[in-house]
Ligand binder design. Structure first.
Ligand code: PEP
Ligand code: MG
Length: 624
């Protein structure tokens, strides 16, 4: 029984010790071992469900009636898959109502109910099998796991027993049998509790088959739509691959939920944790911004048009350069192996920012060195021979890690986050560096490592020493604080490269929380103070002859890209989808023009003046 394995807390690749006693104990063990070997009769490529981090609701309570959300509302959540999209809302088909607990089936009819359960379980496993065959990547693994649960003999046996012993209806018996399995998983807590959603998904499919009603899940449409749901089950997210869904918004879920994983691997912009979004009317226009975690209801037409234009992915030929041939490597920002695979397919020249904390957001305790090596190798393997800049854990503030951050800080953005965690837990940093060095040795990528949230030269020096002691040679830091930007020349004396985290640099320069949408105008890399700080870093980089990257959102802004190059930036890192547009913008201008644009914006006093100054220089030469 696969669900029993889950209740043990066993995961794919874990080792289990089996013991038996009584008559023919040996024979029983042999048969169980054989079952393991052939993948529970499903073939050995069948995956035992993998962990699907993200808090799943354990108690299923009836959903409260959604509160209507009107036009013009801007809802906030957590952007988990980058990009912008605008399309009408389609709601996920609701789950099935709980089958009647009071109905008692007459003994003479119980056999029919039992065979209804057996046939339904087979039919669901078959449907999921054919959908698995059509799916690819993450979606395939998730569907495969659901299919194995549907074939679980214990679920069917338990439900059958309930029909025979208590006269439950077939649907009710499946419901109750699933509830027992759910409880077992929920009691385990942590990652296993998160499998509850998988059991419920399979339960609903079997019941829908028994009752001959429509499956709950993603509706089929001919036109593009944004899917809105309280939460998505794994099989829902997996079915998105072949449909017309262009964006996802959910009330629940976290950055590592199935929804997030699938959305990222399909390149669908997604925002999760959006309270109230199920109250938006079916058919209303939604503008989903996966970068900023916002969802706008019925936005003005021009914003819809702009979002649609931005959603068209321009292909990238794999080489970023200016019109005069001056090279500007274009790299990708990734959060794990799936992103890295997408980035490699999009022909990114390497990885400019690997946000390692994204691998461990769901962890209550620190990952072991082996677990870290596996996670890092997954990214490095996508870029053999290419540069991969790995950032050490940037835990805290908007990305707290339970094992690294204190429970409460009054000002988490100004607190013990990023590299500052090493003050408190130096071993955490040293272990990560050791894991990185091991991963670097195991793979062909050219690994560079950098620290987030650096403010002083001492911090940078200490970090560089630790990296080199761990055997990591190319060491850099992120420039995310005004202090680091102003100290760039001194910082270049202790590190090999810097990378501008313009998201945080804007936040700290303008003293404006980047999570507060009302302050979005301040969190803008076109703010003159931010541009001047970038210019100071670029100048220090040129003087030191060392690379200056940009890996914040500004790196993927095609209008800003030539200006950044003119300011002394030597490479840009962005979400894979932006590579083509940025490449096209750079290919239109030569280095002298970029420098002229940079000089022009440095005297601007406002965002509008800076944009106008750049446009005045660039527009004459650019067709974009
Ligand atoms: C940044 O701050 O610009 C950055 C790239 O880091 P993050 O967005 O992960 O904080
Ligand atoms: Mg940052």
């Amino acid at each position: 029984s696969l669900s029993r394995l889950l209740i043990l807390g066993a995961r794919h690749g874990d080792e289990l010790e089996l013991s038996a006693h009584g008559a023919d104990a040996e024979g029983a063990l042999d048969r169980v071992a054989a079952l393991f070997d052939d993948g529970f009769g499903e073939g050995t490529d069948a995956a035992v469900p993998q962990s699907a981090p993200a808090p799943a609701p354990v108690e299923e309570s009836p959903a409260p009636a959604p509160v209507a959300v009107g036009s013009g509302a801007v809802l906030r959540g957590r952007g988990v898959s980058a990009g912008k999209v605008a399309a009408p809302v389609v709601h996920l088909a609701p789950p099935l109502p709980e089958p009647d607990a009071a109905a008692v089936i007459a003994p003479a009819d119980r056999l029919d109910e039992v065979s209804a359960i057996e046939w339904a379980a087979v039919a669901v496993a078959d449907q999921l099998r054919s959908r698995t065959a059509q799916a690819t990547g993450e979606a395939r693994a998730i569907l495969d796991a659901s299919r194995l649960l549907a074939s679980d003999p214990e679920l069917v046996a338990d439900a059958t027993a309930l029909v025979q012993a208590k006269g439950r209806s077939a649907a009710r018996a499946v419901w109750e049998a699933a509830a027992v399995h759910e409880k077992g998983l929920a009691a385990l807590g942590g990652r296993m509790a998160e499998r509850v959603a998988d059991i419920r998904d399979v339960r609903d499919r079997i019941i829908a088959e028994i009752l001959e009603v429509d499956m709950p899940g993603v509706p089929e449409r001919d036109e593009p739509f944004v899917l809105v749901a309280a939460d998505l089950a794994p099989a829902d997210t997996a079915s998105l691959e072949s449909g017309r869904c262009v964006g996802i918004v959910t009330e629940q879920g976290g950055p590592t939920s199935h929804t997030a994983i699938i959305a990222r691997s399909l390149g669908l912009p997604a925002v999760v944790g959006v309270t109230g979004v199920t109250g938006v009317a079916d058919g209303a226009m939604l503008l989903v911004d996966g970068d900023h975690g916002t969802v706008e209801v019925d936005p003005p037409e021009e914003r819809v048009v702009a979002a649609r234009a931005a959603a068209i992915v321009v292909p990238f030929d794999g080489t970023g350069s200016l019109a005069d041939g001056h090279r500007v490597p274009l790299l990708a920002n990734v959060g794990g192996a799936a992103d890295a695979a997408t980035a490699a397919t999009a022909r990114a020249e390497g990885v400019g920012l690997f946000r390692t904390e994204f691998c461990f957001l769901d962890r209550a305790d620190a990952p072991s060195i082996d677990e870290q090596v596996a996670a890092y190798c997954g990214v490095l393997a996508a870029f053999p021979g290419r540069k991969v800049v790995v950032r050490t854990l940037d835990a805290g503030s908007d990305k707290p890690l339970p094992f690294a951050n204190a429970d409460h800080e009054d000002n988490p953005a100004l607190g013990v986050r990023g590299l500052r965690i090493a003050r408190r837990s130096p071993q955490l940093l040293d272990d990560q560096l050791r894991a990185l060095a091991l991963a670097a040795r195991a793979e062909q990528a050219q690994v560079e490592v950098m620290a987030p949230m650096v403010s002083t030269v001492e911090e940078a020096r200490d970090f560089a020493e630790r990296c080199r002691a761990a055997g990591l040679e190319r060491v850099g830091i992120m420039i995310e604080t005004p202090s680091a930007a102003l100290l760039a020349a001194e910082l270049f004396e202790v590190v090999d490269f810097v990378s501008l985290g313009t998201n945080d640099l804007a936040q700290y320069t303008l003293a404006a929380d980047r999570l507060v949408s009302e302050l979005g105008d301040l969190n803008d890399p076109w703010q003159p103070a931010v541009l001047r700080l970038i210019g100071a870093v670029g100048e220090a980089g040129r003087a030191a002859g060392k690379p200056v990257g940009v890996c914040g959102e500004a790196g993927g802004d095609p209008t800003l890209a030539p200006v950044l190059v003119g300011l002394g930036v030597t490479s840009l890192s962005m979400t894979s989808r932006s590579l083509g547009r940025v490449a096209a913008a750079l290919a239109d201008v030569d280095e002298a023009t970029c420098r002229r644009a940079a000089t022009a914006i440095l005297t601007a006093g406002t965002v509008d003046e800076a944009r106008a100054a750049a446009r005045a220089v660039l527009e004459g030469v650019s067709s974009h």
